[in-house]
Design a protein around this ligand. Structure first.
Ligand SMILES: Nc1ncnc2c1ncn2[C@@H]1O[C@H](COP(=O)(O)OP(=O)(O)O)[C@@H](O)[C@H]1O
Ligand SMILES: [Mg+2]
Ligand SMILES: [Zn+2]
Length: 513
């Protein structure tokens, strides 16, 4: 007898149908699975047999059982095939009636006692199941919420144990589909525990972060330990325009594939903020590995990636960030295929001005020999720094400011101005297909949209010559000036906008030498 059960495999952030065909015949005890990598087959076989037996069913080991996972050219990884394989076998042994099998996508890992363990990526799989026209999806209880978020028409059937699945398919147990009010979840999830109101003083840094948020510019903060760089970075995402529901679901898909969603808060409803440690490997940062997984650049998709202590990151690690920063996605090439994960994030970086941290500090003196400072700064130069439009110095806050009760401006207020400036950009780029913000402009668009008058030209020339700014800084300054003008609701870029933008190039200057 042959049975067919449907499940799914992930490729990048999307899911594809996989057929589990089970063929049982003859009377030679034999059990094989084709279409899975070697180790996974072995492990899955053991788990499936134990789970069936320990759930109180008789596993008839007297037939030749062949399981084929098709199509062969889709790479199948992970343990989510256990449950569909068990269902396939039990169908050929007439313990499950095949009637409902065509209506459902089935997935789940089995424990040896037959209980069902959560798997990764169920949001993507449920969305695909609905698109393919399935009535429902049978999956681990813990994954029910995330699966129910993107596919309102799909019956999401949560199962805790193999016996539940058997009884459900045989019509002996009713399981109500798990429903989520996605709009409610989205509303609730939008509160952030961070706010700029908590940050005292540092008005010029907040201003720089506002400009960065408004134009989609990457930013680096330079300042001594304890000056509030981490505190400020954590609040950066709170002044970006709110996520749309569509963006939230896309980012949630990536977190679902990485297994990062918890049962009770399924949706990533605010812009993600990720802060990987500087010891991170390149695979963990951009994605990849033996069983490919999205990296930090993808987990921060539509949000903020914070690289604290930037010079401490290994050079090769920073190098692999070039592609995602250029393209907004990551491609991972493997022997058999290549995968793509979205990775459109704003970079916020932080660093000390020197190895000891106190170069230029008015209250403490720096103990670093100048060549050491040079080497330290050289670590962040090059391609990555080239993609950071705004450099801002973050001095230690004065005690007087820290001890004052005055609250800063709340994030919501700053965000209103950011959104206004984003609307101006949206109109400007309506006819330019792949531009969203000023930071995305390339040379041609800069010439078109960042025209400056003679006074402005003169100002820029003086800055470049006197401050020793690099020629590369020129385009960055124009883009940032455009954003400052947009925030000021000015059609033209005025000299005052240019002089503010010039101030955001401190790492280009030779002030440390
Ligand atoms: N401007 C500020 N307003 C309020 N608290 C601050 C400010 N700057 C620093 N702090 C306090 O100092 C702590 C250390 O700041 P942190 O952001 O970790 O500094 P850094 O990352 O620059 O080393 C913060 O957790 C916060 O409690
Ligand atoms: Mg810090
Ligand atoms: Zn120092």
């Amino acid at each position: 007898m042959i049975s067919k059960v449907y499940t799914a495999a992930l490729m990048g952030i999307d899911a594809y149908k996989v057929e589990v065909e089970t063929h049982a015949e003859g009377n030679v005890p034999f059990f094989t699975i084709v279409g899975l990598p070697d180790n996974a087959v072995k492990e899955s076989r053991e788990r499936v047999v134990s789970a069936i037996k320990n759930s109180g069913y008789k596993f008839v080991y007297q037939k030749r059982i062949t399981i084929n996972l098709a199509p062969a050219d889709i790479k199948k990884e992970g343990s989510s095939y256990d449950l569909p394989i068990a269902v396939g076998i039990m169908t050929t042994q007439e313990m499950i009636e095949p009637g409902k099998l065509n209506d459902y996508i089935i997935l789940g890992e089995l424990a040896l006692d037959g209980s069902i363990r959560p798997v990764h990526g169920s949001l993507s799989i449920a969305i695909a199941a609905e698109k393919m026209g399935y009535k429902g999806i049978i999956l681990p209880e813990e994954n029910a919420r995330e699966a129910s978020m993107g596919s309102p028409e799909l019956d999401v059937i949560p199962a805790a144990h193999l016996t539940d699945v058997v009884n459900f398919l045989n019509g002996q147990l009713q399981i109500d589909p798990f429903k989520t009010d996605i709009h409610e979840l989205f509303r609730e999830g939008q509160k952030s525990k961070f706010d700029f109101a908590d940050v005292k003083g540092q008005e010029h840094v907040k201003r720089a972060l506002e400009v960065a948020a408004a134009g989609g510019h990457n930013i680096i903060m330079v300042g001594p330990p304890g000056s509030g760089k981490t505190m400020l970075a954590k609040r950066f995402a709170t002044i970006l325009p709110p996520l749309s529901l569509e963006e939230a679901i896309q980012t949630t898909k990536i977190h679902s594939i990485s297994g990062l969603l918890k049962n009770n808060h399924g949706l990533v409803a605010t812009r993600p903020f990720r802060s990987p440690h500087h010891t991170i490997s390149d695979a963990a940062l951009v994605g990849g590995g033996k069983y490919p997984k999205p990296g930090e650049v993808s987990l921060s998709h539509h949000g903020v990636l914070f690289l604290d202590e930037l010079p401490e990151f290994k050079k090769n690690v920073l190098e692999v960030m070039r592609q995602p920063m250029e393209d907004g996605y990551v491609t991972i090439s493997r022997a058999s295929m290549s995968l793509t994960y979205p990775a459109n994030f704003l970079l916020a970086a932080a660093m000390n001005p020197c190895p000891c941290g106190y170069f230029g500090d008015p209250t403490r003196s720096c103990t670093c020999p100048p060549p050491q400072i040079q080497r330290y700064l050289a670590k962040v130069s090059g391609p990555l720094l080239d993609r950071i439009d705004i450099h801002i110095e973050v001095p230690a806050v004065k005690f007087k400011e820290l001890s004052s009760d005055r609250k800063g401006e709340p994030s919501a207020k700053i965000r209103e101005r950011v959104e206004q400036a984003r609307n101006v950009q949206q109109k400007r780029f309506e006819s330019e297909t792949d531009l969203f913000s000023n930071a995305d402009m390339q040379a041609a668009e800069i010439r078109k949209f960042c025209k400056i008058d003679e006074v402005g030209q003169e100002l820029l020339k003086t800055a470049i010559n006197k401050l020793g700014l690099s020629a590369r800084a020129y385009d960055r300054i124009l883009k940032v000036s455009r954003t400052i003008a947009d925030l000021a609701k000015e059609e033209s870029i005025l000299p005052e906008h240019i002089s503010e933008a010039i101030q955001y190039r401190s790492l280009d200057r030779d002030i440390w030498s």
